[in-house]
Design a protein around this ligand. Structure first.
Ligand code: ATP
Length: 242
């Protein structure tokens, strides 16, 4: 369960995220949509504990990220848009290191081979991270998120740079995690993917939430019955986009 209450993030005088409040329940995938510069990455980085919010509260499984960081982060996995990895570890060492950090060695022993094979990294397991291609780095970052048994997942543009087989595998993984009760927030510009994969979407622009709900709820609320998510998105964001 992820709860965000009144999240604000300012960079000097610029308010990148403004009063964002929402809850993602167990077993739910929410798509985070918005034009470039809407504040999606800033919001995700605050929720991941990488950026300190200007104000607001973030609860991960009931643990306050600001006052109970260790317990909050234990249940959290974040896959950033550009993975930041330990370049001088091998792929195997990297995954093992992350599992050790999260006290997840039994899961590592049981699952590392299948996870690495799934993302076609098994044959690269002895190679240094520094030698991986962009897509392989993205896949390793996903593998690291999966290895530590998190229950709240944050993905920033996870499909970008990953090949179609990897993207397909990732979608299956997200659906499996949802079935297992995970709370998942995925930022994406791929509206067709969001329409198929997400239970609800949140549309942001200029740091503010414009709308949040199922596609049917948004269609009904904005009088756009039968329209695609793309049309709903374009209609909602056309007036506020830069
Ligand atoms: P995109 O879809 O292009 O990835 P986004 O929705 O993820 O965009 P953010 O990266 O969160 O948007 O940026 C939101 C706003 O905050 C933008 O106007 C951006 O220029 C600004 N911003 C982001 N990082 C910083 C920073 N470190 N310092 C100052 N302004 C920043």
């Amino acid at each position: 369960m992820l709860q965000v209450n009144g999240l604000v993030k300012e960079y000097k005088n610029y308010r990148a995220v403004s009063d964002l409040s929402f809850t993602i329940g167990n077993g739910e995938i929410v798509g985070l949509l918005g034009p470039n510069g809407a504040g999606k990455t800033t919001a995700l980085r605050c929720i991941a504990g990488i950026l300190r919010p200007t104000s607001g509260q973030i609860l991960i499984n009931g643990h306050d990220l600001l006052t109970d960081q260790a317990n909050a982060k234990r249940g959290l996995a974040f896959v950033p848009e550009v993975p930041s990895l330990y370049e001088l570890l091998t792929v195997y060492e990297h995954l093992r290191f992350i599992a050790m950090c999260f006290d997840s060695m039994p899961k590592f022993e049981a699952e590392h081979e299948s996870i690495l094979r799934k993302y076609h990294l098994w044959e690269k397991r002895e190679d240094l991270v520094a030698t991986l291609s962009k897509g392989m780095r993205q896949k390793l970052s996903v593998a690291c998120a999966l290895i530590h048994g998190a229950t709240t997942f944050l993905f920033d543009e996870p499909m970008i740079g990953i090949d179609p087989a990897g993207a397909h595998e990732l979608k299956l993984e997200l659906m499996q995690a949802r079935e297992g009760g995970a709370s998942i927030l995925v930022s994406t510009h791929l509206l067709e993917t969001a329409e198929k994969l997400c239970d609800r979407v949140m549309i942001m622009a200029r740091g503010k939430m414009l709308a949040m709900g199922t596609l049917d709820e948004l269609r009904e609320h904005y009088g756009m019955e039968g329209q695609s998510l793309e049309n709903v998105f374009l209609s909602l964001t056309s007036e506020v986009s830069p």
